[in-house]
Design a protein around this ligand. Structure first.
Ligand SMILES: N[C@@H](CCC(=O)N[C@@H](CS)C(=O)NCC(=O)O)C(=O)O
Length: 218
């Protein structure tokens, strides 16, 4: 019998978009080969990598002859192809809530604090402006997520099961805390969820500092 094709994830240790996919793969118990793409060295501009992700972003996933270069698309693909430990509920309303929360992170927070945007602001203004810019957009998104989820959250964002919203939230909260000094006491629901994520092996194994390309602690 043919060996099942091995999954390969092109990732950068500190990329929150890659972290989402690492969490989803871990939750679904899928083994994968980790290929590091060093964003600081510009590996993502290599023409060979561009064949995997035409936007020249991480992550990219290769599964046999399937190549996907976007974390949302990758996670929805994994959900269809590997339905174990589903990340989207059957209930239409709860599913929409998960998609909404994921979209707030993926469309209204992360793109505004992506590396080239921050580099542009730092070059045009200074490092303080860069931080203020990132904090404004993260706080706007977190305030919306706090309002949206506080009525629905159980142990996790939309109930007592880990779902898509959690997969997107955890890396963004991590980045907010570690890279952008966000005061999470303003968002008690999100802060509580973050404590719950920190207890889960699938989330722990996906943390930036646990990745093979993370710099060793000094
Ligand atoms: N919508 C894309 C966004 C991907 C993205 O912005 N990736 C960032 C890291 S989280 C990146 O590669 N940044 C490097 C750059 O823009 O030069 C996704 O969800 O995969």
């Amino acid at each position: 019998m043919a060996e099942p094709a091995k999954l390969t994830l092109y990732s950068y240790w500190r990329s929150s978009c890659s972290q989402r996919v690492r969490i989803a793969l871990n939750i679904k118990g899928l083994e994968y080969e980790y290929k590091a793409v060093n964003l600081l060295k510009g590996d993502h501009f290599d023409p060979e990598f561009e064949k995997l992700n035409p936007m020249k972003y991480v992550p990219a996933l290769v599964d046999g002859d399937t190549v996907i270069g976007d974390s949302f698309a990758i996670i929805l693909y994994l959900e269809d192809k590997y339905p174990q430990h589903p990340l989207l509920p059957q209930d239409a309303k709860k599913k929409a809530l998960n998609l909404q929360a994921a979209s707030i992170v993926g469309s209204s927070i992360q793109p505004l604090q992506n590396l080239p945007v921050l580099q542009f602001i730092e070059n045009k203004f200074n490092a303080d402006e860069k931080l203020t810019w990132a904090q404004n957009h993260i706080n706007k998104g977190f305030a919306a997520l706090e309002k949206l989820l506080k009525e629905h959250a159980g142990k996790y964002a939309t109930g007592d099961e880990v779902q898509l919203a959690d997969v997107f939230l955890a890396p963004q909260i991590y980045a907010g805390l570690v890279r952008f000094q966000i005061d999470m006491s303003l968002y008690p629901t999100l802060a509580r969820l973050n404590d719950a994520y920190n207890e889960l092996p699938a989330f722990q194994a996906a943390l930036p500092q646990r990745q093979p390309d993370a710099p060793s602690p000094s």
